[in-house]
Design a protein around this ligand. Structure first.
Ligand code: ATR
Length: 293
C-alpha cells in the first residue's frame, strides 16, 4: 500500500515542497498541472503558489534555502532579476538571460530555462522542425528573447516584428552577435507584416494581443495566412486565440501556447524529481484548470 492509499491528504512530514513565484500568480495553471503529475507518479511532493513582490525576491530565495523548498518556477516579473540571487546558472539560461526554473540541492540554488526547450518540444510534438525555415516572430519582449534564441540555435532564419522597432533591433543585434546569422528587425505594421509573411514558413506570436479578456483582438489580418504554414501562439488563455482560429480556417497548422506551458512544466518536473514527467496527465490537468477559469 503506498502513501496515497493510506493518507487522506498528500501532506506528511516528508512532503517535498515546490511552487511558483511571481506577481501576480493568481492566474497560474502550474499548481494544477504539477500536483496532478505528483499524484499520478505517487510522489510525496506538493506545488504551491507564492506571490512575491519584486522588493522581496532576494528574501524569497533565502527563504527557499532556509525552508528547504526543493524547486520553484519563476514567472513575470522575476525571470531576469532572479539571476543575481542564484548560486549557479545553467549555460542555456545564462545565454538567454532568463530563468524560469530553480532547483535547490542541499542549499545550492541553480537556475534553468525550460521555456526555450519547452517551446522547441511543442514544435517537435507537432513534427515541426525550425531548421532552415523562414520564421516571423511578433514581439521582442522577454518571451520573444528565449524563443528567438532557441530558434536561431536550431538554424531558423528569423524576422522580428515589434511595435517599437528599436526593441526588435536590440533583439536582432543580440541574436546576430551570438549566432553570426542575419536577423531582420522591422516595425510591426501592416506593410511589413505582408512582406514578411509572403516568405514565411512559420509565424510565432509572443505578444499579449489576443489574451483573455481581449479575445477578439489579433495582430494579423486573416487573409495573410497560407495553407501549409505553421502558426504558433504562446498565449494559452484562451486555448485557441483568434489568431489561431483564423489561421486554422485558412489551412495553416496551429499550435496553442498550452503545449509550451505543458512542455516547460514537464522539464521543470524532471529537474525537481529526477523522474520522467507524465506529460499527458499534465496536459489534461492544465486543460481542466483552464476550462474552470
Ligand atoms: P513577455 O515577457 O511576456 O514577452 P514583455 O517583455 O512585456 O512580456 O513583452 C511584451 C511584448 O508584446 C512586446 O514585444 C510588446 O511590444 P513593445 O516592445 O512595442 O511594447 C508587445 N505588445 C504588447 N502589447 C502590444 C500591442 N497592443 N500591440 C503590439 N505589440 C504589443
Amino acid at each position: 500500500m503506498d502513501f496515497y492509499e493510506t493518507n487522506n491528504s498528500p501532506i506528511s512530514g516528508k512532503t517535498v515542497i515546490c511552487g511558483i513565484i511571481g506577481d501576480p500568480v493568481e492566474h497560474t495553471l502550474s499548481p494544477a498541472m504539477h500536483n496532478a503529475a505528483f499524484q499520478n507518479m505517487r510522489l510525496e511532493y506538493v506545488y504551491l503558489p507564492f506571490r512575491v513582490e519584486t522588493n522581496n525576491l532576494g528574501r524569497a530565495i533565502q527563504g527557499m534555502r532556509a525552508l528547504n523548498i526543493r524547486g520553484l518556477n519563476v514567472t513575470i516579473p522575476h525571470k531576469r532579476a532572479i539571476i543575481a540571487t542564484l548560486d549557479e546558472i545553467d549555460p542555456l539560461a545564462e545565454a538567454i538571460g532568463a530563468v524560469n526554473t530553480v532547483v535547490n540541492t542541499g542549499g545550492l540554488i541553480r537556475g534553468y530555462n525550460t521555456d526555450a526547450s519547452g517551446f522547441i518540444k511543442s514544435l517537435a510534438a507537432e513534427k515541426v522542425n525550425p531548421n532552415k525555415k523562414n520564421i516571423v516572430v511578433l514581439g521582442a519582449g522577454g518571451a520573444a528573447r528565449a524563443i528567438a534564441f532557441i530558434l536561431a540555435d536550431r538554424g531558423a532564419d528569423l524576422t522580428i516584428l515589434n511595435r517599437h522597432r528599436e526593441t526588435a533591433q536590440g533583439l536582432a543585434d543580440w541574436i546576430m552577435k551570438t549566432f553570426r546569422r542575419e536577423v531582420k528587425p522591422f516595425e510591426l505594421n501592416l506593410e511589413n507584416m505582408k512582406i514578411s509573411l509572403i516568405k514565411a514558413d512559420i509565424l510565432v506570436n509572443t505578444t499579449s494581443v489576443g489574451m483573455s479578456p481581449n479575445i477578439n483582438e489579433t495582430l494579423v489580418p486573416a487573409k495573410l495566412f497560407k495553407p501549409g504554414s505553421v502558426v504558433i501562439d504562446i498565449i494559452y488563455n484562451p486555448y485557441q486565440t483568434l489568431l489561431l482560429t483564423e489561421a486554422a480556417d485558412r489551412g495553416a497548422k496551429v499550435i496553442s501556447g498550452l503545449e509550451m506551458l505543458v512542455q516547460q512544466g514537464a522539464e521543470s518536473f524532471e529537474l525537481w524529481t529526477g523522474r520522467k514527467a507524465p506529460v499527458d496527465i499534465m496536459r489534461k490537468a492544465a486543460m481542466k484548470a483552464l476550462s474552470n477559469k
